[in-house]
Design a protein around this ligand. Structure first.
Ligand code: NAG
Ligand code: NAG
Ligand code: NAG
Ligand code: NAG
Length: 471
């Protein structure tokens, strides 16, 4: 008896030592993967037609990010290192007897193959098409009087940015609303679009925010900090390496984990087994930090760049307010297809998902329940929708905002139901003062002129000095 007990104890000690976690049998995996999160795990469940007493919806306005896509060329190139890394991990476990992945996770990794190719870079994936199609269907059943009508060009307005994936997203959304090949009018993308891509047409943003070191500073500090360094150490050991992997390798695995999951929402990606739950939370924060400064509240320029879309929303609803429903001039539905940056900046301009404190490299612990969570506000197909209601009692017009189809609980509103006059008061200044001239002024590029003038002064002084000495 005692031998049996000892044997069981020994066996369990060995297993404990060999593997601390088995992702394949995890019943409740963490699926919030920052900007590469699948919309399936984020959006609100389908709802019954929206019933606001004494009110009927009169206009639907939406700004959405494109659906699930393939990675960009550089990331696909990077992913091509993964089969090698995978072989090393398997070798570590089987030959060198290092590493602590459980056999099931290891087996899944062995079966995994890279299934994305350079020519697919940035294109919409099949799941991306479904993201938008089914989103449209849910909105349609929630607002049948607005969205369950026969298509006509005056009733519905589509606009997308100059890219394949936003165009394909618009087509998918239209299919969800009106069925296949229903003769929808899609205007050609606007070149240098200052509504849906204001940031991309703002030299100041590109020079000072875009991909600058300043934007990435908090992320870099976080990476050098104790939590991310421990993560690197723990992941490396778990995979059987006697040295620390690099952040580039970490990103290759993380990207594969989240893209695999987004492309096939019902499957597990063996690459997610690389990370513990707590580590996935840290990876999420690391990405939130990056976007907070690049497209969010971390930089005032981002907030300013949110005004064109807010202005459009306020103008549309104002015109609707003054229009007789029976001679409709304004469309019933306005659908914009863009990118996470445009959505983030619009949210920032509206004050949605704003935290009391800035996200920084050293407040991960206190920001655990932060509002700024890219998994929620910037997954694939993330969207902001606003619906204007016309009412017979109380406030004549009301507005509801939805983020990822969830009700936005705006301050000053009643469980998400806002009086339109309140919203108009709050944001009409922003709409009126919306001006992107700052994009061309006071740029850091002007420092060049500054240093040139300093050089001129220096040259003058030097010449004067020479004359004195040599003449
Ligand atoms: C749209 O309306 C038709 C009939 O008018 C109805 O059969 C259908 O279920 C409606 N679809 C949605 C999504 O509400
Ligand atoms: C778009 O912007 C580019 C670069 O700023 C410029 O060269 C081009 O003329 C613009 N195109 C249009 C149609 O305005
Ligand atoms: C940004 O940081 C990188 C690495 O720290 C450095 O090599 C590069 O020169 C920096 N760029 C600027 C514009 O400061
Ligand atoms: C890394 O492993 C150590 C020891 O097992 C553990 O205490 C720590 O919480 C882990 N760190 C992370 C970020 O998972």
């Amino acid at each position: 008896m005692i031998y049996v007990l000892c044997a069981i104890l020994f066996a369990s000690m060995v297993t404990c030592y060999d593997q601390d976690y088995c992702f394949a049998s995890e019943e409740n995996p963490y699926l919030m993967y920052g900007t590469k999160t699948a919309y399936e795990f984020v959006h609100e469940k389908p709802r019954n037609p929206e019933a606001v007493p004494y009110c009927r919806p009169v206009q639907f306005w939406m700004l959405t990010r494109h659906g699930t896509r393939f990675p960009e060329k550089k990331a696909i190139y990077s992913m091509q290192h993964l089969p090698d890394l995978r072989d090393q991990i398997i070798n570590n476990h089987e030959r060198r007897r290092k590493g602590r992945l459980c056999s099931e996770d290891l087996e899944n990794l062995r079966k995994w193959t890279l299934s994305v190719f350079q020519n697919q870079a940035k294109e919409l994936a099949n799941q991306g098409y479904d993201d938008l199609k089914f989103m449209a269907r849910r909105f349609k059943s929630q607002f049948p009087t607005l969205l369950n009508q026969t298509y006509s060009q005056d009733l519905y307005e589509f606009r997308f940015t100059d890219s394949e994936r936003t165009k394909a997203s618009a087509i998918a959304f239209a299919e969800g609303l009106f069925g296949r090949s229903s003769g929808i009018y899609f205007p050609a993308a606007v070149k240098n679009d200052t509504l849906l891509k204001a940031y991309d047409n703002c030299p100041k943003w590109k020079e000072e925010v875009g991909n600058t070191n300043k934007t990435l500073e908090e992320k870099h500090l976080f990476q050098m900090g104790p939590q991310m360094q421990a993560l690197l150490q723990n992941v490396s050991e778990r995979l059987g390496f006697g040295y620390k992997l690099t952040f580039v390798q970490l990103d290759e695995m993380y990207d594969m984990c989240r893209f695999d999951k987004a492309w096939n929402v019902r499957n597990i990606s063996p690459w997610c087994a690389v990370f513990s739950k707590e580590e996935l939370h840290l990876m999420e924060y690391r990405e939130d930090l990056e976007y907070y400064y690049r497209t969010g509240y971390g930089n005032e320029i981002n907030v300013k760049l949110g005004c064109p879309t807010v202005k459009d929303l306020i103008n549309r609803f104002s015109q609707m307010e003054n229009q007789n429903l029976h001679d409709r001039i304004q469309p019933a539905g306005i659908f914009y297809f863009s990118h996470s940056a445009a959505l983030h900046m619009t949210l920032a301009r509206l004050g949605i998902a704003k935290d009391r404190e800035h996200l920084t490299h050293n407040n991960y612990n206190t920001m655990k329940s932060r509002e700024w969570r890219t998994s929620k506000i910037g997954p694939f197909a993330s969207n902001l929708a606003a619906v204007l209601f016309k009412c017979d009692e109380g406030d004549r017009h009301r507005v509801i905002f939805y983020l990822g189809e969830h009700l936005v609980r705006f301050d000053g509103c009643n469980v998400g139901l806002c009086s339109w006059s309140y919203i108009k008061d709050k944001f009409s200044n922003i709409a009126e003062d919306c001006n992107l001239d700052f994009c061309y002024k006071d740029r850091s590029g002007t420092q060049q002129h500054l240093s040139i003038s300093w050089l001129t002064v220096a040259a003058f002084v030097f010449t004067a000095f020479c004359r004195q000495t040599f003449i």
